[in-house]
Design a protein around this ligand. Structure first.
Ligand code: SAM
Length: 372
């Protein structure tokens, strides 16, 4: 989600007396950072450890001088590494297929950086450096970087691939320090809490122990495997950081567990679309229904945790399956209405170069009536 969208939604739609904002699919923490900038306490949850790491780093008040000090000492260490004749003493990180994705040289360099971060930096400052390292894993690896899913580059490109691991890592650090400096100018004492629970199964009230004034989020718009493969995208980084379930993340996310015998999602607003997909492709229909079943459970739980006269803002995408556009905007409205909410408005964003929705989509027809 673009920060500008979160910022505007907070400014224009938060209910009166908002003290607490919640994001049930917080990803890299855009909602929480914008809440913090608006001096409103917030919490978020995400099942992907990489997303949580970035969220925490993005919303922590680091002392910039300390960060610069750690950066300089890491830089000295990497300089010394080049002259170290005893590299064999390093206990290399290892996981399934590591050699498929990384050269031996890269494994040495990345292990060295990871060890230095974990051994020499104060625990509360480590996340800042681990975020830069996590981003470097992918660039250093043999993956085709332009894609979300994990594919290895062809053999001839692998032979030419000689990444400057330390250069890549420090360029990320430099960029993130610039970001941090712009935040450090502000007075940022507001709390942010990052959690790891699944709203499909848990009422947020049980974990947060307080009522929510405003929910602001951009949920997934389909299961990870067939839409945005968040788990695959972050798999190598999660594996490097020792996350045990790294290769299972897409299965854990919404719609990831297909339950053929439990397909019972119904929608008045999207009846026609769901029937069309069912007739077109039974397997795809099950995928869509599994996702929507989870989406419904999550909304039912989130709705219970919002206070009286509280509000929710969902930034959704209407994906197309088998040529049929699924009106997730309408489905979201319907699910919250069933929980006693009133719909205030749907704002349709124009996305340049994006294909137009199909003419027969109800979203498209009703778009004209939406307030913009
Ligand atoms: C569209 S992204 C959110 C992006 C976020 N707004 C940001 O700006 O970074 C959706 C997120 O939902 C998370 N997710 C999917 N299923 C989930 C679930 N059942 N519980 C919690 N998080 C989930 C994914 O890991 C992903 O990070």
């Amino acid at each position: 989600m673009f920060p500008q969208i979160a910022r505007r939604l907070i400014e224009e739609f938060k209910p009166k007396n908002t003290n607490y904002i919640f994001d049930p699919y917080c990803g890299t923490g855009t909602t929480m950072l914008e809440a913090k900038l608006a001096k409103i306490e917030s919490a978020g949850t995400d099942l992907n450890p990489m997303a949580r790491l970035i969220s925490v780093a993005k919303t922590t008040n680091y002392n910039i001088d300390k960060i610069l000090h750690y950066r300089d000492s890491l830089s000295d260490d990497t300089f010394a590494y080049s002259f170290n004749k005893n590299k064999g003493a390093l206990k290399l990180v290892d996981f399934k297929n590591i050699d498929f994705w990384f050269s031996r040289k890269s494994i040495f360099e990345l292990t060295f950086l990871l060890n230095r971060i974990q051994d020499t930096i104060d625990e509360e400052y480590q996340d800042f450096f681990l975020v830069a390292l996590s981003e470097s894993f992918r660039e250093v690896s043999y993956t085709r970087n332009s894609e979300f899913k994990l594919y290895r580059m062809p053999k001839h490109r692998m032979e030419q691939h000689k990444p400057d691991t330390f250069g890549i890592f420090f360029s990320k650090i430099t960029r993130n320090i610039e970001g941090l400096k712009s935040l450090n100018d502000k007075d940022l004492d507001t709390y942010v809490h990052v959690h790891n629970f699944n709203t499909c199964h848990i009422n947020p009230k049980e974990v947060l122990n307080r009522e929510i004034d405003f929910v602001l989020c951009s949920p997934p718009y389909g299961d990870s495997k067939t839409t945005v493969a968040y788990g695959q995208f972050s798999r190598l980084s999660n594996q490097w950081l020792g996350v045990e379930s790294a290769s299972q993340i897409d299965n854990m996310l919404m719609g990831g567990n297909r339950k053929n015998d439990m397909i019972d999602f119904h929608s008045e607003y999207a009846k026609k679309e769901l029937n069309e997909i069912k007739e077109e492709d039974a397997k795809r229909f099950i995928e869509v229904e599994s996702f929507l079943n989870d989406y419904k459970s999550s909304i039912d739980n989130v709705a219970k945790a919002v206070r009286h006269k509280g509000r929710i803002a969902y930034v959704v995408g209407n994906r197309t399956v088998k040529g049929v556009q699924i009106p997730l905007d309408y489905i979201t409205v319907e699910l919250f209405e069933k929980n006693g909410f009133d719909h205030i408005t749907t704002i349709v964003r124009e996305i340049p170069n994006k294909r137009m929705p199909k003419a027969n989509s109800p979203t498209n027809k009703k778009e004209k009536h939406h307030q913009q």
